[in-house]
Design a protein around this ligand. Structure first.
Ligand code: DGL
Length: 264
Protein backbone atom coordinates (compact mmCIF):
# COMPACT_ATOMS: atom_id res chain seq x y z
CA UNK A 1 0.00 0.00 0.00
CA UNK A 2 2.73 2.49 0.96
CA UNK A 3 4.44 2.35 -2.39
CA UNK A 4 1.30 3.24 -4.29
CA UNK A 5 1.24 6.76 -5.71
CA UNK A 6 -0.36 9.88 -4.30
CA UNK A 7 -2.92 11.21 -6.79
CA UNK A 8 -3.18 14.96 -7.33
CA UNK A 9 -5.85 16.49 -9.54
CA UNK A 10 -6.61 19.97 -10.75
CA UNK A 11 -8.67 21.63 -13.44
CA UNK A 12 -5.45 22.13 -15.41
CA UNK A 13 -1.94 23.29 -14.92
CA UNK A 14 -2.39 25.35 -11.72
CA UNK A 15 -2.23 22.35 -9.42
CA UNK A 16 1.44 22.08 -10.29
CA UNK A 17 2.00 24.62 -7.48
CA UNK A 18 0.70 21.92 -5.13
CA UNK A 19 2.66 19.19 -6.87
CA UNK A 20 5.87 21.23 -6.49
CA UNK A 21 5.41 21.54 -2.73
CA UNK A 22 4.41 17.88 -2.30
CA UNK A 23 7.48 16.75 -4.27
CA UNK A 24 9.65 19.01 -2.10
CA UNK A 25 8.28 17.73 1.19
CA UNK A 26 7.82 14.08 0.19
CA UNK A 27 10.62 13.37 -2.30
CA UNK A 28 10.30 9.58 -2.02
CA UNK A 29 6.65 9.46 -3.00
CA UNK A 30 5.42 8.42 -6.42
CA UNK A 31 2.84 10.88 -7.72
CA UNK A 32 0.20 10.81 -10.42
CA UNK A 33 -0.85 14.28 -11.55
CA UNK A 34 -4.09 14.68 -13.48
CA UNK A 35 -4.94 18.02 -15.14
CA UNK A 36 -8.36 18.34 -16.73
CA UNK A 37 -7.01 20.69 -19.41
CA UNK A 38 -9.86 20.06 -21.85
CA UNK A 39 -12.41 21.48 -19.42
CA UNK A 40 -10.44 24.17 -17.59
CA UNK A 41 -11.38 26.62 -16.10
CA UNK A 42 -13.60 25.28 -13.35
CA UNK A 43 -13.65 28.66 -11.61
CA UNK A 44 -16.56 30.09 -13.58
CA UNK A 45 -18.69 26.94 -13.75
CA UNK A 46 -21.76 25.85 -11.79
CA UNK A 47 -21.74 23.73 -8.65
CA UNK A 48 -23.16 20.63 -10.38
CA UNK A 49 -20.64 20.83 -13.22
CA UNK A 50 -17.74 21.30 -10.81
CA UNK A 51 -18.87 18.28 -8.76
CA UNK A 52 -19.24 16.16 -11.93
CA UNK A 53 -15.81 17.10 -13.33
CA UNK A 54 -14.11 16.72 -9.95
CA UNK A 55 -15.64 13.29 -9.39
CA UNK A 56 -14.50 12.13 -12.81
CA UNK A 57 -10.98 13.41 -12.12
CA UNK A 58 -10.85 11.65 -8.76
CA UNK A 59 -12.20 8.44 -10.31
CA UNK A 60 -9.44 8.52 -12.91
CA UNK A 61 -6.88 8.61 -10.10
CA UNK A 62 -8.64 5.85 -8.18
CA UNK A 63 -8.46 3.61 -11.21
CA UNK A 64 -4.71 4.21 -11.13
CA UNK A 65 -4.78 2.68 -7.67
CA UNK A 66 -3.57 5.74 -5.74
CA UNK A 67 -3.35 5.58 -1.94
CA UNK A 68 -4.68 9.12 -1.38
CA UNK A 69 -6.13 11.93 -3.48
CA UNK A 70 -5.10 15.57 -3.16
CA UNK A 71 -7.68 17.98 -4.52
CA UNK A 72 -5.27 20.71 -5.59
CA UNK A 73 -7.99 22.83 -7.16
CA UNK A 74 -9.57 25.31 -4.75
CA UNK A 75 -12.75 25.46 -6.79
CA UNK A 76 -13.11 21.66 -6.67
CA UNK A 77 -12.35 21.64 -2.96
CA UNK A 78 -14.99 24.33 -2.37
CA UNK A 79 -17.78 22.41 -4.08
CA UNK A 80 -16.86 18.75 -4.29
CA UNK A 81 -14.72 17.77 -1.30
CA UNK A 82 -17.62 16.61 0.90
CA UNK A 83 -19.06 14.64 -2.01
CA UNK A 84 -15.71 12.96 -2.75
CA UNK A 85 -15.13 12.15 0.93
CA UNK A 86 -18.55 10.55 0.99
CA UNK A 87 -17.98 8.20 -1.94
CA UNK A 88 -14.32 7.17 -1.67
CA UNK A 89 -12.69 5.25 1.14
CA UNK A 90 -9.12 6.50 0.84
CA UNK A 91 -7.87 9.81 2.30
CA UNK A 92 -9.06 12.79 0.23
CA UNK A 93 -7.22 16.01 1.06
CA UNK A 94 -8.51 19.40 -0.05
CA UNK A 95 -6.70 22.73 0.03
CA UNK A 96 -9.03 24.74 2.25
CA UNK A 97 -8.48 23.30 5.75
CA UNK A 98 -4.73 23.62 5.56
CA UNK A 99 -4.80 27.26 4.41
CA UNK A 100 -7.41 28.23 6.97
CA UNK A 101 -5.52 26.66 9.86
CA UNK A 102 -2.39 28.56 8.94
CA UNK A 103 -4.28 31.86 8.55
CA UNK A 104 -5.97 31.47 11.95
CA UNK A 105 -2.65 30.80 13.59
CA UNK A 106 -0.91 33.90 12.20
CA UNK A 107 -3.60 36.61 12.11
CA UNK A 108 -3.16 38.99 15.02
CA UNK A 109 -5.66 41.68 13.99
CA UNK A 110 -8.29 39.03 13.24
CA UNK A 111 -8.70 40.37 9.72
CA UNK A 112 -8.25 37.73 7.03
CA UNK A 113 -8.52 38.35 3.30
CA UNK A 114 -9.41 35.47 0.98
CA UNK A 115 -8.88 35.55 -2.78
CA UNK A 116 -9.95 32.94 -5.32
CA UNK A 117 -11.92 32.24 -8.48
CA UNK A 118 -15.47 33.54 -8.88
CA UNK A 119 -16.88 30.14 -7.94
CA UNK A 120 -14.67 29.67 -4.87
CA UNK A 121 -15.56 33.09 -3.50
CA UNK A 122 -19.27 32.69 -4.30
CA UNK A 123 -19.26 29.34 -2.46
CA UNK A 124 -18.18 31.06 0.80
CA UNK A 125 -16.22 27.90 1.55
CA UNK A 126 -13.27 29.68 3.13
CA UNK A 127 -15.41 32.06 5.14
CA UNK A 128 -17.54 29.20 6.47
CA UNK A 129 -14.47 27.21 7.49
CA UNK A 130 -12.88 30.23 9.19
CA UNK A 131 -16.06 31.06 11.10
CA UNK A 132 -16.55 27.46 12.17
CA UNK A 133 -13.25 27.83 14.04
CA UNK A 134 -13.45 31.48 15.12
CA UNK A 135 -16.69 33.43 14.83
CA UNK A 136 -15.01 36.74 15.61
CA UNK A 137 -12.62 36.62 12.68
CA UNK A 138 -13.35 39.33 10.10
CA UNK A 139 -13.24 37.83 6.61
CA UNK A 140 -12.83 39.93 3.47
CA UNK A 141 -13.33 38.07 0.20
CA UNK A 142 -12.42 39.02 -3.34
CA UNK A 143 -12.62 37.06 -6.57
CA UNK A 144 -9.69 37.75 -8.88
CA UNK A 145 -10.59 36.19 -12.25
CA UNK A 146 -7.79 37.99 -14.12
CA UNK A 147 -5.06 36.44 -11.96
CA UNK A 148 -5.29 33.03 -13.68
CA UNK A 149 -4.68 34.31 -17.25
CA UNK A 150 -2.08 36.74 -15.92
CA UNK A 151 -0.09 33.87 -14.45
CA UNK A 152 -0.55 31.62 -17.46
CA UNK A 153 0.77 34.42 -19.68
CA UNK A 154 3.80 34.69 -17.41
CA UNK A 155 2.91 38.27 -16.35
CA UNK A 156 4.10 37.76 -12.79
CA UNK A 157 5.42 41.29 -12.25
CA UNK A 158 5.49 44.68 -13.95
CA UNK A 159 2.88 47.33 -14.74
CA UNK A 160 -0.01 45.09 -15.78
CA UNK A 161 0.34 42.76 -12.79
CA UNK A 162 0.61 45.76 -10.45
CA UNK A 163 -2.53 47.38 -11.86
CA UNK A 164 -4.59 44.21 -11.61
CA UNK A 165 -3.38 43.57 -8.06
CA UNK A 166 -4.27 47.14 -7.09
CA UNK A 167 -7.72 46.80 -8.65
CA UNK A 168 -8.55 43.63 -6.70
CA UNK A 169 -6.73 44.15 -3.43
CA UNK A 170 -7.21 47.84 -2.68
CA UNK A 171 -10.08 47.01 -0.35
CA UNK A 172 -7.81 44.69 1.68
CA UNK A 173 -5.36 47.54 2.08
CA UNK A 174 -8.10 49.94 3.18
CA UNK A 175 -9.50 47.38 5.63
CA UNK A 176 -6.06 46.66 7.07
CA UNK A 177 -6.14 42.88 6.61
CA UNK A 178 -3.05 41.33 8.14
CA UNK A 179 -3.35 37.87 6.53
CA UNK A 180 -4.29 36.86 3.00
CA UNK A 181 -5.11 33.32 1.89
CA UNK A 182 -4.13 32.56 -1.71
CA UNK A 183 -7.25 30.50 -2.42
CA UNK A 184 -6.41 29.46 -5.98
CA UNK A 185 -3.77 27.19 -7.48
CA UNK A 186 -2.21 29.92 -9.62
CA UNK A 187 -1.82 32.65 -7.04
CA UNK A 188 1.42 31.45 -5.37
CA UNK A 189 3.19 32.68 -8.51
CA UNK A 190 1.97 36.20 -7.70
CA UNK A 191 2.90 35.89 -4.03
CA UNK A 192 5.86 38.29 -4.13
CA UNK A 193 3.92 41.02 -5.91
CA UNK A 194 0.94 40.61 -3.57
CA UNK A 195 3.24 40.74 -0.54
CA UNK A 196 4.89 43.88 -1.91
CA UNK A 197 1.50 45.52 -2.40
CA UNK A 198 0.09 44.55 1.02
CA UNK A 199 3.20 45.42 2.98
CA UNK A 200 3.45 43.54 6.24
CA UNK A 201 0.53 41.18 5.58
CA UNK A 202 1.18 37.45 6.00
CA UNK A 203 0.51 35.64 2.75
CA UNK A 204 -0.77 32.09 3.21
CA UNK A 205 0.40 29.90 0.35
CA UNK A 206 -2.21 27.12 0.30
CA UNK A 207 0.04 24.92 -1.83
CA UNK A 208 2.73 24.87 0.86
CA UNK A 209 0.19 24.32 3.62
CA UNK A 210 -1.56 21.46 1.87
CA UNK A 211 1.74 19.67 1.31
CA UNK A 212 2.34 19.72 5.07
CA UNK A 213 -1.20 18.50 5.57
CA UNK A 214 -0.75 15.62 3.13
CA UNK A 215 2.40 14.54 4.93
CA UNK A 216 0.52 14.59 8.23
CA UNK A 217 -2.37 12.52 6.85
CA UNK A 218 -0.08 9.90 5.27
CA UNK A 219 1.90 9.70 8.47
CA UNK A 220 -1.24 9.22 10.59
CA UNK A 221 -2.60 6.56 8.26
CA UNK A 222 0.74 4.73 8.07
CA UNK A 223 0.87 5.37 4.32
CA UNK A 224 4.23 7.13 3.93
CA UNK A 225 6.48 5.49 1.36
CA UNK A 226 9.46 4.12 3.29
CA UNK A 227 11.61 3.55 0.19
CA UNK A 228 14.69 5.77 0.20
CA UNK A 229 14.93 6.33 -3.54
CA UNK A 230 13.48 9.38 -5.29
CA UNK A 231 9.84 9.01 -6.32
CA UNK A 232 8.52 9.34 -9.85
CA UNK A 233 5.82 11.72 -11.09
CA UNK A 234 3.59 10.80 -14.03
CA UNK A 235 1.38 13.36 -15.77
CA UNK A 236 -2.03 12.90 -17.43
CA UNK A 237 -4.09 15.57 -19.17
CA UNK A 238 -7.37 15.64 -21.12
CA UNK A 239 -6.26 17.91 -23.98
CA UNK A 240 -3.22 18.53 -26.17
CA UNK A 241 -0.11 18.45 -24.01
CA UNK A 242 2.02 21.24 -25.55
CA UNK A 243 0.63 24.17 -23.58
CA UNK A 244 0.69 22.08 -20.40
CA UNK A 245 4.37 21.32 -20.94
CA UNK A 246 5.05 25.02 -21.60
CA UNK A 247 3.24 26.14 -18.43
CA UNK A 248 4.86 23.36 -16.42
CA UNK A 249 8.21 25.02 -17.00
CA UNK A 250 6.91 28.19 -15.38
CA UNK A 251 5.20 26.41 -12.49
CA UNK A 252 7.83 23.76 -11.73
CA UNK A 253 11.03 25.38 -13.02
CA UNK A 254 11.81 22.22 -14.91
CA UNK A 255 11.03 20.59 -18.20
CA UNK A 256 8.62 17.67 -18.04
CA UNK A 257 8.22 15.03 -20.71
CA UNK A 258 4.94 14.96 -22.62
CA UNK A 259 2.00 13.96 -20.42
CA UNK A 260 -0.31 11.21 -21.58
CA UNK A 261 -3.60 12.46 -23.03
CA UNK A 262 -6.62 10.59 -21.63
CA UNK A 263 -10.41 10.69 -21.66
CA UNK A 264 -12.41 10.58 -18.45
N1 DGL B 1 -7.50 25.48 -10.28
C1 DGL B 1 -8.47 26.54 -10.11
C2 DGL B 1 -8.58 26.86 -8.62
O1 DGL B 1 -7.67 26.65 -7.85
C3 DGL B 1 -8.11 27.76 -10.93
C4 DGL B 1 -8.30 27.58 -12.43
C5 DGL B 1 -9.73 27.27 -12.80
O2 DGL B 1 -10.59 28.18 -12.74
O3 DGL B 1 -10.01 26.13 -13.13
O4 DGL B 1 -9.60 27.34 -8.19
Amino acid sequence: MNQRAIGIFDSGVGGLTVLKEVEKLLPNENIIYFGDTARVPYGNKSKSTIIKFSTESALFLLKKNVKAVVVACNTSTSFALDHLEGIFNIPIVGVINAGVEKALSVSRKKKIGVIGTKATIASNSYQRKIHSKDKKMMVYQQDCPLFVPLVEEGLLRGKIAEQVIDMYLKKFKTAGVDTVILGCTHYPLLKNEIAKYLKGAFIVDSAKEVARYVKGVLCEEGLLNDKKRKGKTNFFVTDEPQSFVRSARLFLNRKISNPEVVNV
